[in-house]
Design a protein around this ligand. Structure first.
Ligand code: NAD
Length: 337
């Protein structure tokens, strides 16, 4: 059993903890938190050992009546690998601590590529992560783009990708960020960082992205336009995408006409925290016009990267050499696909 520590128990950290717990070849040795809030209490209720992420703050937990097992240094001593789920930029600051503890570490998409020197997506470059000490799992938007670009490139040869990303303003639990009543080019100056981020995983792809932030918390929505070496038929495109378990076709004919209805579907499926781990591609939107492919997909920002983190753990700790087998194992344990 590979022992996994989770540093940062927020939106991403708590989901990774539960996904790791669901696997039979790895276990969670503990989660580290900075503050003794409701998430700390619930982590203990879910059976996780809780550690203080900032050693000087141990007393805060004691005063709140929350039992901690030790500090982050104790947690790192128990683990084979740590998943850093702290806010954007904090992972880079934590890296020296992981190096000192001689522990493998996964960083998330809020960090720069350089933090690990290897940016990961299970479908695209699993083999490159095998045995590595440091890996960065790319962001939700980049993961969503890589999941469709890679198989389409393999099947038809991509000449160029142009994508517009309509991004949720923030996550549902956050009250600090906006906009709450605006549509905001983000950034105004093109391109957005998402295209170059795809290139950290798939360097050969010609991709340009634009991004807009809108007043919603549920999901991102991507509009994709792809030009290929040869013009594929719509049915051939569908056949390629349909084979991928981390891609789900949705249809307006079923009443799935918006990100809101997709999230409602996640609720009705009884998914944990209504998570929709798959790219949701509107099948009705897939079309080839003037020799170019167009479609819409929705990406659930809170959960898309979770299975990828499990696969990254398996690759880095040499648990499984085959990307396909790891992805299948992860998916089955999580109830995905
Ligand atoms: P979050 O704010 O929901 O959670 C971060 C947690 O880390 C919080 O509980 C915070 O209290 C804690 N924390 C703060 N400083 C810490 C420290 N020094 N040590 C330990 N814990 C600390 O953030 P998140 O959305 O889970 O994001 C985590 C990472 O995942 C970021 O790199 C982010 O860019 C990336 N990511 C986020 C999303 C998303 O949509 N939320 C999607 C994909 C990737």
């Amino acid at each position: 059993m590979i022992k996994v520590a989770i540093n940062g128990y927020g939106t991403i950290g708590k989901r990774i903890a539960d996904a790791v717990k669901a696997q039979d070849d790895m276990e969670v040795v503990g989660v580290a938190k900075t503050r003794p809030n409701f998430e700390a209490k619930l982590a203990i209720e879910r059976g996780y050992d809780l550690y203080a992420a900032i050693p000087e703050k141990c007393d805060d937990f004691e005063m709140a009546g929350i039992d901690i097992v030790g500090t982050i240094y104790d947690m790192l001593g128990e683990a084979d690998i740590v998943v850093d789920c702290t806010p954007e930029g904090m992972g880079a600051k934590n890296k020296p601590m992981y190096e000192e503890a001689e522990i493998k570490a996964i960083f998330e998409g809020g960090e720069k590529h350089d933090v690990a020197g290897f940016s990961f997506n299970a479908e695209c470059n699993y083999a490159g992560a095998i045995g590595r000490d440091f890996v960065r799992v790319v962001s939700c938007n980049t993961t969503g783009l890589c999941r469709v670009i890679h198989p389409l490139n393999e099947a038809f040869g991509i000449k160029k990708v142009r994508a517009v990303l309509v991004r949720r303003a923030t996550d549902p639990g956050d009250v600090k960020k906006g906009p709450i009543n605006a549509i905001m080019p983000d950034p105004v100056k093109l391109p957005s960082h998402h295209g170059p981020d795809v290139n950290t995983v798939l360097p050969e792809i010609d991709i340009t992205t634009m991004a807009i932030k809108v007043s919603t918390t549920l999901m991102h929505l991507h509009t994709l336009n792809i030009v290929f070496d040869s013009i594929p038929a719509v049915d051939d495109v569908k056949a390629v995408l349909q084979k991928r378990p981390r891609i789900r076709f949705v249809s307006a004919a079923d009443g799935l006409t918006s990100t809101a209805s997709i999230i409602e579907m996640g609720r009705d499926m009884g998914r944990p925290r209504y998570d929709v781990w798959e790219n949701c591609i509107w099948e009705d939107s897939i079309d080839v016009e003037g020799g170019e492919l167009y479609f819409f997909q929705a990406i659930h920002q809170e959960s898309t990267v979770i299975p990828e983190n499990v696969d990254a753990i398996r690759a880095m700790t040499n648990l499984e050499k085959s990307a396909e087998k790891s992805m299948q194992k992860t998916n089955t344990a999580m109830g995905l696909g």
